[in-house]
Design a protein around this ligand. Structure first.
Ligand SMILES: [Mg+2]
Length: 261
């Protein structure tokens, strides 16, 4: 009798424990909590990643090598959703609005400089397969992608490019790609609809090892010394736009996936 009384509370406790553990409603609550916690994490991450993106787009962040791990989903959503297209379209519209104010001399010296990667051509298919900037840059892997010459055009930039050509601007393409990539780059550009550029400028042997901001400034200076007036410059990196021999107006395209000094 005494031993039976002492066993009853233990039995009841074990029964409750088993029934509680096996209860579908409790399992459901745990599941909901997990989803809720995950959602809260996402909600917290989005403002952080929005601010991080503003920081890199305004060049406040300075040098960075890979995107923050917590922003991987954010960058993927931004790049593959409509935001990237909208932002690119805004840049193109602002560029065209300025271009229309330029008084053209009609001597062929009124010019515009375009970067190529993430400006005229989109490497999004490559970055979709490589973590949207969460992986360290692999030059040989990227070069293999460039060799395919399959990068699509950035739609907004192609439209701007054609409008500027129509307005009479002389168009220069100034890229960090190397001379050894000239043929595939020309093929890729032509295949997706870019035609009629004045000159495609790539890194030659003497340009190797120079920071992009120096290399691109030097090339713009050479154009100015030839008598070209660089009214506009379009690029996804601040190193496309800053330095010296700067265009009258610079237009920064969005790129939250990588940074080039
Ligand atoms: Mg670029």
């Amino acid at each position: 009798m005494a031993s039976g009384q002492s066993l009853t509370p233990i039995f009841v406790f074990l029964l409750c424990l088993v029934s509680t553990t096996a209860s579908p409603s409790v399992i459901q609550i745990l599941r909901e909590n997990t989803v809720s916690e995950y959602r809260n994490l996402r909600i917290d991450d989005d403002p952080f990643c929005e601010s991080w993106r503003l920081s890199v787009e305004t060049n406040d962040a300075g040098y960075w090598s890979t995107i923050p791990a917590r922003c991987l989903q954010f960058v993927e959503d931004y790049m593959t959703g409509e935001r990237y297209s909208y932002d690119s379209e805004f840049v193109a519209q602002d560029s065209l609005a300025f271009a229309k104010t330029v008084e053209m001399a009609g001597d062929g010296r009124d010019s515009w400089v375009f970067d190529i990667d993430e400006t005229l051509l989109s490497n999004l298919p490559y970055y979709e397969a490589h973590g949207f900037g969460s992986e360290s840059f692999d030059e040989s892997s990227f070069d293999s992608w460039v060799d395919l010459a399959e990068a699509p055009a950035l739609t907004a930039s192609l439209s701007l490019y054609n409008d500027l050509k129509q307005l009479g601007f002389t168009l220069f393409l100034l890229t960090g790609r190397g001379e050894y990539q000239r043929n595939v780059t020309e093929k890729n550009l032509l295949d997706v609809g870019f035609t009629g550029w004045e000159r495609l400028i790539l890194r030659g042997t003497s340009d190797q090892g120079k920071p992009a901001i120096v290399y691109k400034s030097e090339k713009r200076k050479e154009l100015q010394d030839e008598g070209y007036r660089i009214h506009g410059n379009s690029g996804d990196q601040w190193s496309d736009l800053l330095g010296f021999a700067i265009a009258r107006r610079s237009f920064k395209l969005p790129n939250p996936m990588y940074y080039i000094a």
